[in-house]
Each structure stands twice: as structure tokens, then as C-alpha cells.
Design a protein around this ligand. Structure first.
Ligand code: PMP
Length: 388
């Protein structure tokens, strides 16, 4: 029996970009001590207070089918959060609750793309993006950016979007840690209007801002009617396994995405949604507590990388990653990553896993305890110096 073209070509070269991560997990399973700086997952668990709220909700009976677009309380809480933080009036009808940001990204693209449409995204990119776009029937169009411009897309880069139907952007950015400034977001909004694009704005790292300010492009003039914002509690509340996120956009788009949810996910468990209402109710204090380890490690990294020029860090403005330029070693990011893993049992992600723009770079997730993180960075720098 043959499988569908759609599913077998989701990741056409058979490489999902995670090879080095899988290898490091195999080494750990075999008992080898690997410092893992690969995946974007906190080294803390979901806060006990959130788990207690989840338990209370489940024990209290919220275990049946929940309202498909999300519970009224959670849709209201998300709408309030977005209204307060962006200044754009947002009601529960502008909000669809999804099983994580990933499902939100898929729903958003399903809502705006016809089969064969061109869907733009910025390279370097979060590894699932092209597969998600193909899953929605689109032809992915990567927009190349440059390390010398801190991977911020330029107005001339965005001209390639002529004829496209959508553009997917992500700030604070995974994998680069860069936050798009007002000029970049302005250029993105102008390109969306000029080429009549839907803008999908992935804002799952909006609570991890170390430098500069997070700008939601939905708040820019004329953009609310053509922007779908994808959010998630995975990163902001260390709730990766709870699978809880949202899409915010025009009411008509949300209504159609609700219909899609009826025919795919059938919503998100009610007790998870109740826990999310509790967590959002804790406000910025809880978000700060969860972001604090990354803020600390960013400072540790700045010290560990000072006084040498073999490993050059891109400005770590937000999100839980450092993007390091290792081109002075003469190796590709993939070669550097493999050798670092074999020689020093330190696992990082090759820049090439995130597209062609980040070749010769590595992404370091700041997701291990401070002492191990600092030691790994010193080893990494010494290793790079030995190669250069
Ligand atoms: N967008 C970006 C940029 C991400 O890094 C991730 C997770 N690593 C997601 C979306 C999806 O996250 P989730 O489905 O857990 O909300």
C-alpha cells in the first residue's frame, strides 16, 4: 500500500534536523555522561502550584470533553493578557485554544493557505516550520538572512514574497535569540501589506526578553486584520508536556479554525485549561520566576565567552538560546557539533539544522544547571580555540 504524497514528503530529505540530538539521547541511554544543550526545554518541571490546580480541576470532574475552541475562562484570560500587553482590543472570540503552539501553527496555516500557495518563513527557522507549511499543502519559501545583520530580515529580502500568500515570523527567535526591532517589524508589516499576505507571528518566547522589547506585529497599524498570533504556555510556564497554546486573530478566522479543531483535535483537556487559567492568573511574577534561570545563564555565557574571538556570540536578546558563530574554526556547525559530542560529551545543535542562513554556527540551549552550563562553555571555547 502506498502512503500519501503529503505525509511522505513532509520532510523530503528524510532529515528532520534532529540527528545530533537523537545521537546524544542514545549516548545518555547507554549511560554516557552527556551535557545536553540541544532541545528547548527547561531543566525545571511545571510549578507545583500549577500541578495542584490541574489536580483540583481533574478531581473536581473536569475530565470530559471540553469546549472545542477553549473554555470561556481561558479564552478570556488569553484575550485579557493580549489586550494588556499589546494594546490591541482582544475578545474571547479572537482566541482559539490549541494543543500547544505547534498545533496553533498548523491551524493558522490551514486557515490561510490553499494547496500550492507559497508560504514564506524566515531562515534560520524553528525546525518544524517547513514541514508544517507542507502539511498545510503549501510550498515553503525560505527568506535568507545574514549573521552580519543579526539575522534580522531586511526590506530587500522581503521582496521575494511577491506572489506568496503568507509569511511566518518568530520574535524572540528560535534559534538565533534575536528580537526583531521596530525597523524590522515595520518592514515585515509593510511587506505583508504590499504583497497582501497573511502574517503568522509565532510569539511563544514573548516572556523571555533580556534586551530590547518584544513587538507583536498584530499591534502595528493595519495589521490586526491580517495577523494570526501563535502563543503557548510551553516556554512561558514550563508546561511543554501539557500541550497548551493558542491562536489569536480575526473572529472569522478563529471560527473556521474552531471548525478545523472539531474535525482534528477536538480541543484541549479541561483540567489542563483550568491549570492554564490558574497559571495566567499568577501574572508576570510567575513568568519571571520561570525565565530567571535563562536570564542568569545569559550573563554566565557573556563572561565565559569574553576575551576571545574564535567563538562569536550573536546578541542574546531573548529566548533560551545562544547562537554562536564558529566559522573561525573552519568547520561547519554540523562537523563542530559531532566532534564536540565525540570529544567532550557536550551536545549542541548545528546551525545547519535550522536552515542554510545559520551554516557555520551552533545553537546552545541554556537548559542545564548553571555550573554545568558554565563548564561546558569553557570547554567549548577551548575546543574551538584548539581548532582555529
Ligand atoms: N515555535 C517555536 C519557535 C518553538 O521553539 C516551539 C517549541 N520549541 C514551538 C513553536 C512549539 O511549541 P509548543 O508546541 O510546545 O507550544
Amino acid at each position: 500500500m502506498t502512503l500519501s504524497h503529503r505525509i511522505t514528503t513532509l520532510t523530503p530529505d528524510g532529515d528532520d534536523g534532529w540527528g545530533l540530538f537523537y545521537r546524544s539521547r542514545q549516548m545518555i541511554a547507554a549511560g554516557e555522561p552527556v551535557t545536553e544543550l540541544t532541545i528547548g526545554e527547561h531543566d525545571i518541571r511545571t510549578d507545583a502550584s500549577i500541578l495542584e490546580a490541574m489536580h483540583r480541576a481533574a478531581a473536581g470532574g473536569h475530565t470530559g470533553y471540553a469546549s472545542v475552541p477553549g473554555t470561556p475562562a481561558l479564552r478570556q484570560a488569553v484575550a485579557d493578557r493580549i489586550s494588556q500587553r499589546t494594546g490591541v482590543a482582544t475578545t474571547p472570540d479572537n482566541v482559539l485554544i490549541t494543543p500547544g503552539g505547534q498545533a496553533g501553527l498548523f491551524a493558522a496555516h490551514m486557515a490561510v493557505l490553499n494547496p500550492g500557495d507559497t508560504a514564506g518563513y524566515i531562515d534560520p527557522y524553528y525546525t518544524t516550520y517547513p514541514g508544517t507549511l507542507r502539511g498545510a499543502g503549501a510550498v515553503p519559501l525560505p527568506i535568507t538572512t545574514r549573521a552580519a545583520q543579526n539575522f534580522q530580515p531586511q526590506a530587500e529580502d522581503l521582496r521575494a514574497l511577491k506572489g506568496a500568500a503568507s509569511l511566518l515570523v518568530n520574535s524572540p527567535n528560535n534559534p538565533t535569540g534575536v528580537i526583531y526591532d521596530a525597523a524590522t517589524m515595520g518592514a515585515i508589516a509593510a511587506a505583508a501589506q504590499e504583497h497582501d499576505l497573511w502574517l503568522i507571528s509565532d510569539e511563544v518566547y514573548d516572556t523571555q526578553v533580556w534586551e530590547g522589547a518584544h513587538i507583536s506585529p498584530r499591534a502595528l497599524p493595519g495589521m490586526a486584520s491580517r495577523t494570526l498570533v501563535v502563543g503557548s504556555m510551553s516556554k512561558s510556564h514550563a508546561m511543554t508536556g501539557s500541550r497548551i497554546g493558542w491562536v489569536v486573530g480575526p473572529t472569522e478566522a478563529i471560527a473556521h479554525m474552531t471548525n478545523l479543531a472539531t474535525h482534528t483535535t477536538y480541543g484541549v483537556p479541561g483540567y489542563i485549561q483550568d491549570a492554564a487559567v490558574f497559571a495566567l492568573g499568577e501574572g508576570e511574577a510567575l513568568e519571571e520566576k520561570i525565565a530567571a534561570p535563562f536570564r542568569r545563564r545569559r550573563a554566565i555565557a557573556a563572561k565565559a565567552l569574553a576575551g576571545q574571538n574564535v567563538v562569536r556570540a550573536l546578541p542574546a536578546m531573548g529566548a533560551m538560546y545562544l547562537m554562536l558563530d564558529i566559522r573561525a574554526t573552519g568547520l561547519s556547525g554540523a562537523e563542530f557539533g559531532e566532534r564536540l559530542l565525540d570529544t567532550h560529551r557536550i551536545a549542541v545543535m548545528p546551525g545547519e539544522s535550522f536552515g542554510t542562513s545559520a551554516a557555520g554556527h551552533i545553537r546552545v540551549a541554556m537548559t542545564t544547571d548553571d555550573a554545568a552550563f558554565e563548564a561546558a562553555l569553557h570547554t567549548l571555547v577551548a575546543f574551538a580555540q584548539g581548532l582555529a
